[in-house]
Design a protein around this ligand. Structure first.
Ligand SMILES: [Zn+2]
Ligand SMILES: [Zn+2]
Ligand SMILES: [Zn+2]
Ligand SMILES: [Zn+2]
Length: 361
């Protein structure tokens, strides 16, 4: 991921399971999180929806190291969201949780050299239900699983909610069987999102010229809007008559323009599900509910948070593949992260998420 100015786009692609393992440092959608650091993961309480208090599901992760920072040689952002459609009310960001974790190149978990571009010869070939340290993960969501089934002491969960889900989905039948259960395939709890790799490509440069034209035309429009104001305030304008001014005011509302610009920009790469530009600017889908600077909360370390990536509405098309949620919805999700990339003692640090909705008119 390059920082500053250049926008990079993310697209979903099918990928073999091994490529989405932690040691390949993937960017990915759905499935279980491919945790980066193995210590100080988010605790279950931190992964609950701020509205309904249910555990959030893993939505996506973005591998985004920071060049020139030895402590950010590896760096991944993890985004979680609630599966409950009623939590997606407008002007409410509480159904999302986003975390940042980073590691130096020399660390206790991963090899110093990049992994070979081939399937692993040993170890698990799909996301495991425990960390390399042996710390158990929840069978349902793949997050920390400090709770254990009281009967078999083999199944681990993040919460009572997920224990109940697993019990109904099949653990009821296997709990009493005397084995390590490793031969029993995990049931489909209908909780995880479908899994894909996120492939990153730079946004094409031609766009710049096109946008330049666009900026020019919006300057013209602005002049006309100023002209409208001038006309209203009683000044005489010869270039436009009243009817023309009237028509213009109707057609060129600010809202239309923001949405038109959004559509125009994504039309160049309609399949994009992610836009990445550390320290750059997001593109807004509406002129409503754009955060003020003071609404973007500072990092607990005291540093300002800056824009890092946004999730596009196109991602919803891929999530609906399992038809569980008809109506979790967003216009765009905008992630702001600590401008200092503070380490917080290698903890998974919570960052700031902003949801903007399509404006219903
Ligand atoms: Zn919720
Ligand atoms: Zn869980
Ligand atoms: Zn059990
Ligand atoms: Zn910070």
């Amino acid at each position: 991921m390059a920082a500053g100015g250049r926008v990079e786009l993310g697209f979903v692609e099918e990928a073999p399971a091994w490529r989405l393992l932690s040691r390949y440092f993937p960017s990915k959608v759905g499935g279980r999180p491919a945790w980066l650091g193995q210590a100080r993961l988010p605790v279950p309480e931190e992964l609950r929806c701020g509205c309904c208090q249910q555990p959030c599901a893993f939505l996506l992760q973005v591998y985004a190291p920071v060049s020139g920072r030895t402590d950010c040689f590896h760096r991944t952002l993890f985004l979680f969201c609630c599966r409950n459609p009623v939590c997606y009310s407008p002007s409410d960001n509480r159904c999302f949780r986003v975390f940042r974790n980073q590691l130096p190149r020399k660390n206790d978990t991963y090899s110093y050299d990049p992994p070979p571009e081939e399937p692993p010869l040993e170890g698990p070939t799909c996301v495991d239900l425990q960390l390399q340290s042996g710390v158990p993960l929840c069978r349902v969501c793949g997050c920390l699983g400090p709770k254990t089934c009281a009967r078999c002491h083999k199944a681990h969960y993040c919460s009572k909610d997920h224990q109940v889900l697993d019990w109904k989905a099949g653990h009821k039948q296997y709990c009493s069987i005397q084995s390590d259960h490793s031969d029993v395939a995990l049931p489909d709890h209908k909780f995880l999102f479908p899994e894909y790799e996120i492939v990153i490509e730079p946004e094409e440069v031609e766009y710049k010229e096109e946008m330049q034209e666009d900026v020019d035309s919006s300057v013209n429009t602005k002049t006309c809007t100023d002209a409208t104001a001038a006309a209203v305030s009683g000044m005489q304008l010869e270039c436009l008559n009243e009817e023309e001014l009237e028509a213009m005011a109707k057609h060129e509302t600010k809202e239309d323009k923001v949405f038109e610009e959004f559509k125009k920009r994504i039309a160049l790469e309609p399949e994009q599900i992610l836009r990445y530009c550390a320290g750059g600017d997001p593109i807004w889908i509406s002129s409503e509910k754009v955060p003020q600077e003071k609404e973007i909360l500072n990092c607990p370390c005291g540093a300002k948070r800056i824009f890092e990536f946004q999730v596009m509405p196109q991602l919803l098309n891929y999530l609906k593949a399992d038809s569980l949620d008809e109506s979790i919805d967003w216009g765009t999700l905008v992630a702001y992260t600590c401008s200092e990339h503070c380490s917080c003692e290698n903890k998974y640090t919570e960052e700031f998420m902003w949801k903007q909705d399509f404006l219903c008119t």
